[in-house]
Write a protein that binds this ligand. Structure first.
Ligand SMILES: [Zn+2]
Length: 354
């Protein structure tokens, strides 16, 4: 038996000298063990080799079994240690994600189109949402849940009981409170790992530029044309993409206005505000409750795609959803050279590609 241990020591020693990996050294010793067991089983009793290696297979089989138990125990320990270590987001930018965040965003991170780098981009992004009403409600909640690191919300209104049939970010207890306040609380309740900034005011020409300068992307879900034109103009000036959604009764529409990347601006598509009374508000004409949920969620999805670079966003296209008949269609929208806001900048941006 001693001679076998000596050979095993020699194999290990040779491995150390030649720098062979541990796994290879263990494999050599395993082969030696197998040869010895084979000799015990195959050779006739009394053979010199059998006698020299102990005379019976039993002790060798017990030794092998013990070796397997030890190896199995080590493997389990290694796996447990690996699990305890925080998962590294593979590839490029390393975000300062905590373990709870990695768990929260795991279903994003395994998506090929998002992955670790996409989630880091979401965390680093700053998105401004104008209006915490019907469209703002789902947009804000999904942006918060998706892990957009910094979200601004502007609204001058207070929660009204007649809003609650569709503005699901607010609750019954919030009636009378500023919308930005209840929206911010709800978002932080959904995701404490993000920063929410609330601005309780109506955006005006005096402050819109300064506010936009702090954000990468703007979502507009307001219900008045003055604010829409104001936000569009500021976005064009600052070169920020504008994801715009609108609703009437049963129908909604979404588009990404981005003249810096070949798309029209809002005013290219809607050159003039409709005459008074031709575009009645939700309060005047009614709106079906789940519709803003659909359209606002599409706005949030377009935002996530734009920020992560996944897929193709609705640039130069308008998605129209007819809730009453369950139909969707897309129409092309084009920059206009005579647009007083962007002067058809999208035409020049798109030209090199053609
Ligand atoms: Zn334009």
């Amino acid at each position: 038996m001693g001679i076998v241990l000596l050979i095993a020591a020699l194999i290990w020693g040779a491995g150390v000298v030649t720098g062979a990996p541990r796994s290879l050294r263990w494999m050599g010793i395993g082969l030696l063990w197998a040869a010895v067991v084979l000799a015990q089983l195959v050779l006739p009793e009394g053979a010199a080799l059998r006698a020299a290696t102990g005379g019976s297979a039993a002790p060798w089989l017990i030794l092998g079994g013990l070796g397997l138990i030890v190896a199995g125990y080590r493997a389990v320990l290694v796996r447990l240690k690996a699990r305890a270590r925080p998962v590294q987001v593979s590839g490029e930018p390393q975000g300062p994600f905590r373990e709870a965040e990695l768990r929260r965003y795991a279903r994003h991170i395994i998506l090929r189109e998002v992955g670790g780098p996409g989630q880091v981009r979401l965390k680093q992004a700053k998105v401004l949402v104008v209006g915490a009403g019907g469209l703002g409600s789902p947009a804000l909640m999904y942006l918060a849940a998706a892990g957009v690191g910094s979200i601004g919300v502007v609204d001058d209104d207070v929660v009204d009981g007649s809003n609650l049939q569709r503005q699901v970010i607010h609750g019954d207890a919030d009636i009378g409170r500023p919308k930005v306040q209840s929206a911010a609380e709800r978002m932080q309740a959904i995701n404490p790992f993000i920063e929410v900034r609330s601005y309780q005011r109506r955006l005006g020409p005096a402050d819109v530029d300064a506010l936009l300068a702090e954000y990468d992307l703007v979502l507009d879900g307001t219900d008045n044309f003055t604010t829409r034109y104001l936000v569009n103009e500021a976005c064009v000036k600052a070169g920020r993409p504008l994801i715009s959604g609108a609703l009437t009764q049963w129908e909604g529409q979404v588009s990404v206005f981005d003249p810096a990347h070949g798309a029209p601006c809002y005013q290219c598509v809607f050159p003039e505000a409709p005459a008074e009374g031709l575009a009645p508000s939700c309060a005047e004409s009614g709106v079906i409750g789940p519709l803003p949920g659909v359209v606002g969620s599409i706005m949030a999805l377009e935002a996530v795609k734009l920020l992560t670079g996944a897929g193709a966003v609705l640039r130069g296209e308008m998605l129209i959803y007819d809730g009453l008949w369950g139909e969707t269609r897309k129409i092309r929208v084009k920059p206009r050279a005579d647009c007083p806001v962007c002067r058809g900048r999208g035409l020049a941006e798109a030209a090199p590609k053609a």
